[in-house]
Design a protein around this ligand. Sequence first.
Ligand SMILES: [Zn+2]
Length: 73
Amino acid sequence: MELNTCSRCGAFFTSNGVVCPNCEAQERLELSKLKDYLAENNVTTTSIEQISCSTGISEKNVTRFLSQGIIEM
Ligand SMILES: [Zn+2]
């Protein structure tokens, strides 16, 4: 059995993915929010801080979403 560490809350979990089952719903919500935001805005002139401000997603999570390549820039 392999233990993963949740990228959001740091809890250990055994299922696949980057977040624990407790954070999954919130993760999905923020991801779709971020995708909508990026679709509507000119990303090249937008900073992480600005995205975080507009979407309510923490800078840490915005950075993580982007660096994981979940979002196509
Ligand atoms: Zn979690």
